[in-house]
Design a protein around this ligand. Structure first.
Ligand code: NAD
Ligand code: DAU
Length: 339
């Protein structure tokens, strides 16, 4: 099996590469990644050293992807701009990568007759829930952020190719992931990094928004199941069944790191902030015999441990360009909130 993984130098992509190489000793993987601010070759170091993983630095919008996908048995497509707040500040890169880039990948794989294409999408395409209910695969697409809108567009492109060209693709929609190698702009690693440094934890609004957390290894095992046993043209929801309010999660992280709750700083809310996500993944469990295995408490403790053990990895990311983004984004947010 020769697998091409786009976005494999990012958070979930790199975890997926490690998972696949560990589980399938005879498989080979090629990572295709542009290495944006979110891509980091350090995330792939153990795999690149081991010899069954190749790397190509390329933009998914580049026509050259056609040559790269030729001869592959499957493509798993993670590459995307993934951070909601950045899409609110400027959505151009999101439209380019998530929409045009996905179309370019799909077109190339169709032309090269790649036998299987797995499009990794998100529960955010369904929009926001009130206090009750869950997203199923039949829920309407009602994306609210520019990020979610571009992901919904990419899902529709993939599914249109299935319908029109019998393109052999599956789409997955997963809830919020956490675990090693997650870029510290996302909630859990940001809260861990701030708490470790004894700095303020910026919680949006009143912290009452709810997310449904899944450990990244459980997302990876679900993707492996869909890749091997999923039906073409189908959408599969993936979730961890662990709903938490942001404020409660921030407090848990502070407790685990023995830091005071006074470090929490409520800041201006995210515009259009989705209230609640909760995913129903009965179809995936039933059809593919999959279930999440990591209990949240255990997964969070392991994740905190990982960030403590990888201070250098964190320091490298929290310097330079990212520090400027952080300053601009949060210092401004805190000021606006205080006024
Ligand atoms: P990430 O931002 O950590 O990584 C994205 C990767 O894509 C990076 O390595 C980056 O360099 C690469 N990339 C970006 N633009 C590219 C381009 N034009 N060409 C080639 N490579 C490019 O993202 P993530 O959190 O690992 O998410 C991966 C995928 O999973 C995304 O499609 C995202 O929508 C989806 N997803 C994420 C979550 C989550 O909780 N993080 C949940 C559900 C679905
Ligand atoms: O649901 C899946 C999605 O989860 C993925 O598709 C996205 O790629 C991923 O980024 C994530 O989106 P969210 O917007 O839910 O994740 P984020 O980590 O940005 O925020 C989680 C919650 O925490 C959300 O309610 C906003 C809040 N938040 C976030 C940040 C960065 C804060 O309160 N403070 C913060 O500083």
């Amino acid at each position: 099996m020769k697998l091409l993984v786009t976005g494999g130098a990012g958070f979930i992509g790199s975890n997926f590469v490690h998972y696949i190489l560990g589980k399938h000793r005879e498989w080979k993987v090629v990572v295709l990644d542009k290495l944006t601010y979110a891509g980091n070759l350090k995330n792939l170091e153990p795999a690149l050293q081991e010899g069954r993983c190749g790397f190509v630095q390329m933009d998914i919008c580049d026509r050259g992807v056609l040559e790269q996908v030729q001869g592959c048995d499957a493509v798993v497509h993670f590459a995307a701009e993934s951070h909601v707040d950045r899409s609110i500040e400027d959505a151009s890169a999101f439209v380019r990568t998530n929409v045009d880039g996905t179309h370019n990948m799909v077109q190339a794989c169709h032309q090269a007759r790649v036998p299987r294409f797995l499009h990794v999408s998100t529960d955010e395409v369904y929009g926001s829930l009130g206090e009750e209910g869950q997203f199923t695969e039949e829920s309407n697409l009602q994306p609210n952020s520019p990020y979610a809108a571009t992901k919904a567009a990419s899902d529709l492109i993939v599914l249109a190719y299935v319908r029109t060209h019998k393109f052999p693709a599956m789409v997955t929609r997963c809830s919020n992931n956490y675990g090693p190698y997650q870029f510290p702009e996302k909630f859990i690693p940001l809260m861990i990094a701030q708490a470790m440094a004894g700095q303020k934890l910026p919680v949006y609004g009143a912290g009452l928004n709810v997310r449904d957390w899944i450990h990244v290894s459980d997302h990876c095992s679900a993707l492996d199941a869909v890749l091997q046993r999923g039906r073409e043209g189908e959408v599969y929801n993936i979730g961890g069944g662990c709903e938490l309010r942001n404020i409660d999660l921030a407090k848990r992280i502070l407790r685990a790191l023995d830091r005071p709750e006074s470090l929490i700083q409520f800041v201006t809310d995210r515009p259009g902030h989705d209230l609640r996500y909760a995913i129903n993944c009965e179809k995936t469990s039933r059809e593919l015999d999959w279930a999440p295995a990591v209990q949240f408490d255990e997964g969070l403790a392991q994740t905190i441990h990982w960030y403590r053990d990888h201070q250098q990895w964190l320091d490298d990311l929290r310097s330079g360009q990212y520090r400027d983004y952080f300053q601009k984004h949060y210092v401004q947010r805190a000021k606006t909130f205080a006024q």
